[in-house]
Design a protein around this ligand. Structure first.
Ligand SMILES: NC(=O)c1ccc[n+]([C@@H]2O[C@H](COP(=O)([O-])OP(=O)(O)OC[C@H]3O[C@@H](n4cnc5c(N)ncnc54)[C@H](O)[C@@H]3O)[C@@H](O)[C@H]2O)c1
Length: 349
């Protein structure tokens, strides 16, 4: 991938301007480093409305984009996941950098083909795991923590969207990506269970993933909850981090900030002291994580544009997008292999 100057705005386009892609178009229109040439959508009315709003061209297909704007350098692919490969392939083959929305693909097989094609043409594929750019997640990087146990809950009420895929590909994949980023070790085994209530695909899933390095992650995802909750907790010998993704808040407790207290407690316990009157909360030094106010998608697109010109590393590269798809497939396989021999009267309808 050649390095080029960013003095000139980068010619960009968005393919698929539905719920997600319209935000890509809005942000490219706002970012000074981008020149939004066109929005592309099979739904021409939709493309037309967005093109009027963001003063660019409306086009019906990738072929039309390549014909009208052969100079396009970077494209967001925000069509439904089943069309990611068909849309991205002609772009990647011409060396055009693609930001492909998450999940990279609906299966490991297709994800592999996209990764191989990008590799073959030495072209950037970045994957839209926007949660990586959640300021609360970014704040974790300032903490020195090697996770031993991670617990994640991502539950929300039904939106009646994406019911054609399992909750694992729709929702849990965000957390699989974050967990893989934190643990940095291959998956050793997965135990999981899930239930499909409204269709054939799981609406609720719970996975316990063990990594080669011994870390364990427990991830719960539901699209049938009565509340919205997105929480992540990381435990290790050296510290503890708790994040509330939705509220974009977080706290950390680090051993380095609590060494004196720990030593004193250890000494007192060893000496047989009765500490039942001590208020544990008064002893612990809890640090609020410093969280920058920043729109995650804007940060993601800025990173993509910089990566497309070789000025930055992509935060979520093709390998990371592939790893998340692979992990999701493992979770689904574990769910479907899991035998439930409950009451005859409680079998799924
Ligand atoms: N990063 C996130 O947090 C996040 C959130 C939601 C969705 N997504 C992902 O974004 C992608 C799009 O989801 P969505 O909810 O915006 O879908 P959507 O159905 O709202 O929009 C998709 C748009 O693509 C258009 N389209 C479909 N096939 C096309 C083609 N071949 N060429 C041109 N246009 C085409 C449709 O007309 C539609 O306007 C999916 O991969 C989804 O998983 C990511």
């Amino acid at each position: 991938m050649a390095e080029m100057s960013t003095d000139q705005p980068i010619p960009v386009a968005v393919v698929g301007v539905g719920r997600m892609g319209r935000h890509h178009a809005r942000i490219y229109h706002e970012l000074p480093e981008a020149q939004l040439l066109a929005v592309v959508d099979a739904d021409e009315d939709r493309a037309g409305t967005l093109a009027d709003q963001y003063a660019c061209e409306a086009l019906p297909s990738v072929d039309a984009l390549l014909e009208k704007f052969p100079q396009v350098k970077a494209v967001s692919v925000a069509v439904p996941t089943e069309h990611h490969e068909a849309v991205a392939a002609p772009l990647l083959s011409r060396g055009i950098a693609c930001l492909i929305e998450k999940p990279l693909a609906g299966s490991v097989e297709v994800a592999r083909r996209i990764v191989d094609l990008a590799h073959q043409h030495d072209t950037l594929v970045q994957v839209g795991h926007t949660e990586r750019f959640n300021p609360a997640v970014r704040a974790i990087h300032s903490i020195d923590i090697a996770p031993r146990f991670i617990e994640v809950d991502r539950v929300s009420p039904m939106t009646f969207r994406s019911l054609d895929v399992s909750v694992v590909f729709d929702i849990m994949i965000h957390d699989l990506d974050i967990v893989l980023m934190l643990v940095k070790s291959p998956i050793k085994s997965v135990a999981a269970c899930g239930v499909a209530v409204l269709g054939d695909n799981e609406d609720i899933a719970d996975a316990r993933i063990e990594f080669e390095n011994g870390c364990i992650a427990k991830i719960t995802a539901s699209r049938l909850a009565l509340k919205t909750e997105r929480k992540l907790r990381v435990f290790s010998e050296t510290g503890y981090v708790s994040l509330n993704y939705a509220a974009k808040t977080g706290i950390a407790i680090q051993r380095t900030g609590n060494v004196d207290q720990l030593m004193e407690i250890r000494e007192q316990l060893a000496a047989g002291a009765d500490l039942s009157d001590v208020n544990y909360m008064d002893l612990v030094d809890v640090k609020e994580l410093e969280i920058k106010e920043e729109e995650p998608l804007r940060a993601e697109l800025s990173n993509f544009l910089a990566a497309s010109t070789g000025q930055a590393q992509p935060e979520v590269d093709a390998a990371a997008g592939f790893a998340a798809v692979e992990a999701a497939e493992k979770v689904i396989a574990a769910i479907r292999a899991h035998r439930w021999a409950g009451l005859e009267s409680h079998k799924p309808v």
